[in-house]
Design a binder for this molecule. Sequence first.
Ligand SMILES: Cc1cc2nc3c(=O)[nH]c(=O)nc-3n(C[C@H](O)[C@H](O)[C@H](O)COP(=O)(O)OP(=O)(O)OC[C@H]3O[C@@H](n4cnc5c(N)ncnc54)[C@H](O)[C@@H]3O)c2cc1C
Ligand SMILES: NC(=O)c1ccc[n+]([C@@H]2O[C@H](COP(=O)([O-])OP(=O)(O)OC[C@H]3O[C@@H](n4cnc5c(N)ncnc54)[C@H](O)[C@@H]3O)[C@@H](O)[C@H]2O)c1
Length: 500
Amino acid sequence: MILAVQLAAQGGSTAFHTNSCNISDEEEILVSETFDVIIIGAGTAGLAALREVKKRTDNFAIINDGPWGTVCARVGCMPSKALIEAAKAFHRRTSFEEFGIQGAHCLTPDIAAVLRRVRRLRDDFVASTLKATEVLGERAISGRARLLEAGRLEVNGRELRARNIIIATGSRPVVPSPWLALDTQILTTDTLFEQKTLPDRVAIIGLGAVGVEMAQALGRLGIEVTAFSESDTIAGLSDPKVNAVAAELFADEFRVHLGKRADLRVADGGMRVTTGTQETAVDAVLASLGRRPNIENLGLETLGIPLNERGLPPVDPHTMQIADLPVFMAGDASGMRPLLHEAADEGHIAGINATHPTPIRFDRRTPLAIVFTDPGIAIVGKKHTSLPRGTLTGEVRFEPQSRARMAQRNDGILRIYAEPGSGKLLGAEMCSPDAEHMAHLLALAIDRSLTVHDMLRMPFYHPVLEEGLRTALRELSKQLPHCRESDLAGCEAFGAQALD
Ligand SMILES: Cc1cc2nc3c(=O)[nH]c(=O)nc-3n(C[C@H](O)[C@H](O)[C@H](O)COP(=O)(O)OP(=O)(O)OC[C@H]3O[C@@H](n4cnc5c(N)ncnc54)[C@H](O)[C@@H]3O)c2cc1C
Ligand SMILES: NC(=O)c1ccc[n+]([C@@H]2O[C@H](COP(=O)([O-])OP(=O)(O)OC[C@H]3O[C@@H](n4cnc5c(N)ncnc54)[C@H](O)[C@@H]3O)[C@@H](O)[C@H]2O)c1
C-alpha cells in the first residue's frame, strides 16, 4: 500500500504529525509503491486538497513543516479578527454619550486579558483544523519537503515518490533582513498575538490589509499607533475617491503617513521609524510589509521549467497545474490570490485534478476582498484601475444615510461601476458601514451578470443600510436608458432621508 514506515509497530518513535522525523538508517523503511498524491503544506489550501484527494484514493501523504493548524487559524484571519472584535467592542463607548448613555469614561481595556481571549479562541480554532490530519496517522508527516524532480521529493532525509504532487506551502511575513539584525522589538502577525501585553507606542509599517486592520484595532485599544505606508493607497483600494475617504477616516483614529517608505534605526536604546528626515520614536514595530510565498529551498528549479523573477513557476489558475507537469500549486504559495476562500478553492481544484486523468478547468469566482476595519473596506469584481474607459459610476456617501445615522455609524462611501448602455454591474469599491455584507450582495449580483436595473428590481427593506447601496444604483440608473414604465426598477427616491 502506501509508504509504510513501520516504526510504531516496531516500538520505534513515529516521525509523524507533530515531531520532526529522525529515522536512523537501521530502521526499516518500506517503500512499497509510489504514492498517488503527496500534498506539501497543511494550511487551508493543503487541507482543501486533502479533502478531495481522500475521496479518491487512500494512497496519499501530507507533509507539513512547523506547527500544524493552518496560518489562518493560528496567526492569520482568526486571531486578527478576534482582536478586532475586542477593539470594536471597546470603541462603541465613544458613541454612548450621543445615545444618551453616561459613564463610558470608566471603561478601560486590559490588553493582557484581551490577548488572552484572542489566544483562547485561537486555540479552539486551531484544534478544529487539527482534526483533519490527526486521524491520518502515518500519512501525516512532519518535516520540510524539497522537490527532487516532478515525481520525487525529499523529507527528513528520505526520498518519497508520487504520481502527483500538490504544493501548498503558504506564505510568511516579509521583514527586511537589516531590521532583523536590530536588537529590538519587531513584531509580525506571527508573534503579535503571542505577546503577554503591548507597549504604549507601536509603529505599523505597511498599510495593506494586515496593517490597517491592526493599526485601527491597536489604536482603539488605547495604544498610540503611528502608521506608515510606502504606497498612497490603503488596503489595496484603487478608487482615489474611496481611498481619500478611508485615509481621512483612519487619520482621525491614528497617525497616518502615506506615500512614505519607512526604515528603522535604534538610537539611545530606543527605536526610531525614519521617513526621510522625519523620525518617530516607538516602543515596538509591527512589520506588515506584505507576505512572501514559502518557496525557498523547495526545489522548484528541479521541475525544469522557467521560473519568473520571483522564482515562481507558471500556474494555470483554472487547473492549478504547473505547466504540463503532474505538479499543482495552491494557496498563498503561488502568490496569485492570497486570500482564504481562494486558497480553499485552489486546494479543492488541485486535489481533484491531482487525482483525475486529465486536469479539469474550473471557472474562478468573482474577485472579492474584504478588510475588517470600521467602516469596512471591500473591493468586488473589477477594481477601479482596471475599468474600461467610459465606465459609469454610482456613488453614495453614508453621512446622511438614515439607518447609519441611527446607529452612529454614518461614515464612508460606496462606489459601484457599471457598463454604459447595458448597465451590467462590473465592480465596486467601498469604505462603508457593513461593507462585508454589501460586498457579498454585490459579488452575487456581478457573478450572476446582473444589471443596475436587475438590482433595482429587487426588494429593499426599510430602513436598512442597503438603501444606501440602492442610492448608488439609482445614481447609475439615471445615466442609463430609461426602463419601461411598468418596471419597478424605475421607482425613484423621495429625496427625504427618512424614506430613502
Ligand atoms: C494576519 C492575517 C490575517 C488574515 N486575514 C484574512 C482574512 O480575514 N480573510 C482572508 O480571506 N484571508 C486572510 N488572510 C490570508 C489567509 O490567511 C491566507 O490566504 C491563507 O491562510 C493561506 O493558506 P495556505 O494554505 O496557502 O497557506 P498556510 O496556511 O500558510 O499553509 C502552508 C503550510 O505549509 C507549510 N510549509 C511551508 N513550506 C513547507 C515545506 N517545504 N514542506 C512542508 N511544509 C511546508 C507551512 O509551514 C504551513 O503550515 C490573513 C493572513 C494574515 C497573515
Ligand atoms: N481581511 C483580509 O482579507 C486580510 C487581512 C490580513 C491579511 N490578508 C492577506 O495577507 C496578505 C498580506 O497582507 P499585508 O497587509 O501584509 O500585505 P500587502 O502587500 O497587502 O501590503 C503591504 C504594504 O506595505 C507597504 N510597504 C512595503 N514596504 C514598506 C516600507 N518600507 N515602508 C512603508 N510601507 C511599506 C506596501 O506599499 C503595501 O502597501 C495580503 O495579501 C492579504 O490578502 C487579508
